[in-house]
Design a protein around this ligand. Structure first.
Ligand SMILES: Cc1ncc(COP(=O)(O)O)c(C=O)c1O
Length: 397
């Protein structure tokens, strides 16, 4: 254990089982630890470093902004906020933006917006229907929204106003809808819940139901947005437009940020309804604008789609070779490999030894979410490490 790892144990609240690596530097798709060991990074800060580590355009935008203006209060106009909002609106189906600081905060604000809509247009309806196996964040309200008992148990009584129903089952949403329902909130692909793909027609059927009932559809694109699934936003693939969408993670290449986007009709906040000291911070927004502009100008989502398909095809070949791989699934560069037993952590450790970072999303499932700018040769490198690491998992033999 290194000095830094020992000190962490002394000073830090233990909320995560860390891996025994202290990362000190990153560039492109690679990071280095304190001993100089190099790793190919297929975690990317949990689907954050979409342009890789320390991308030049973002480093330059942030450096320039830090020299110019770091923070001011939201009582004043600032240029980077408006630039970010404009590029988001011009390239999505949404009309208005509220910038904030994280994914959880964006979702929390989206639910407030939906409740505000309920007060104004739905006789005070306030309930939000969400899915089992979802992940919407860690505040008390978002723990209640997140349909995973493991995140809820320690915090009972949960915040009221949320109903968790089965994912990919529109009938369950219909049954849960009452005259208190103001919105349905879903991920277009459940990332943290295990890379669970949305089934054909589900989102369109949910959209129809929301329209019939006059309630809002919130899409949490915190993990799927900004090119991750091969289109700029995942909703584009399903011919479904949300009334409210949330973003975070890759939006500013790693500078903390979140955003609520809404259609005009759902954009019902009035002055004083919501706010944030740091939300819309000039440095974060400059990073967000530089990231979005690069992604759009360089069709980074297209690269995620192409390289993602290549990666899935290569993982399928590994599945043919190793019978304990039971499933390979994903979209763009959000991909899972599932095993017949709980060996994901052992595979992760075997990869770590060999210089590849992967994520264990469930005891039997690995998740890959590399930078969206990776090349097929970097995928080949990851595949050859996996090919070498997988036979070392003795428990499957
Ligand atoms: C779909 C989704 N929503 C919300 C969140 C929470 O975002 P944050 O950790 O930035 O608060 C996450 C984080 O993993 C997520 O994947």
């Amino acid at each position: 254990m290194s000095k830094w790892q020992e000190l962490e144990g002394k000073y830090f609240m233990k909320t995560v089982e860390r891996l025994p690596v202290t990362i000190v530097r990153g560039q492109g798709s690679r990071v280095w630890d304190e001993n100089g060991k190099e790793y190919l990074d297929f975690v990317a800060g949990w689907a954050v470093n979409c342009l890789g580590h320390c991308p030049q355009v973002v480093v330059e935008a942030v450096t320039e902004q830090v020299r110019t203006l770091i923070q001011t209060s939201n009582q004043f106009y600032t240029v980077p906020q408006v630039q970010l909002a404009e590029i988001l609106v011009q390239h999505s189906c949404l009309d208005k933006v509220f910038p904030c600081n994280s994914g959880t905060e964006a979702n929390e604000g989206a639910v407030k917006l939906a409740r505000r809509y309920g007060k104004r247009h739905l006789n005070g309806a306030y309930e939000v229907i969400t899915a089992m196996s979802s992940f919407h964040g860690r505040t008390l309200a978002m723990v209640a929204a997140t349909g995973q008992p493991k995140y809820q148990q320690s915090y009972i009584p949960l915040t009221t106003g949320f109903v968790n129903v089965e994912y990919n089952n529109v009938e369950a949403i219909k049954e849960a809808t009452t005259n208190q329902t103001c919105a349905v909130m879903l991920e277009p692909l459940q990332g943290e819940g295990g890379v669970n793909l949305v089934s054909d027609g589900y989102l369109a059927a949910v959209r129809d139901w929301c329209d019939q009932k006059g309630i809002l559809l919130i899409l949490d694109e915190i993990q799927t947005g900004v090119g991750r699934t091969g289109t700029l936003f995942a909703y584009e693939k399903y011919g479904v437009e949300p009334d409210i969408m949330t973003l975070a993670k890759g939006l500013a290449s790693g500078i903390p940020i979140g955003a609520i986007l809404a259609k005009n009709r759902a954009s019902v906040f009035t002055p004083g309804d919501h706010g944030s000291t740091f939300g819309g911070n000039p440095v974060a927004c400059a990073a967000g604008y530089a990231t979005m502009k690069y992604i759009i100008d360089n069709d980074v989502a297209g690269n995620a789609k192409r390289v993602g398909q290549y990666f899935i095809a290569k993982l399928e070949q590994l599945k043919q070779k190793f019978q304990f791989i039971t499933d390979v699934r994903g979209c763009g560069l959000l991909i899972a490999m599932e095993f017949g037993s709980d060996v994901a952590n052992s595979v992760l450790e075997a990869c770590l030894d060999r210089g590849l970072l992967v994520n264990c999303v469930k005891p039997n499932t690995l998740r890959f979410m590399p930078p969206l700018v990776i090349s097929t040769s970097e995928v080949d490198e990851a595949i050859s490490i996996l090919d070498e690491a997988l036979p070392s998992i003795v428990s499957w033999k």
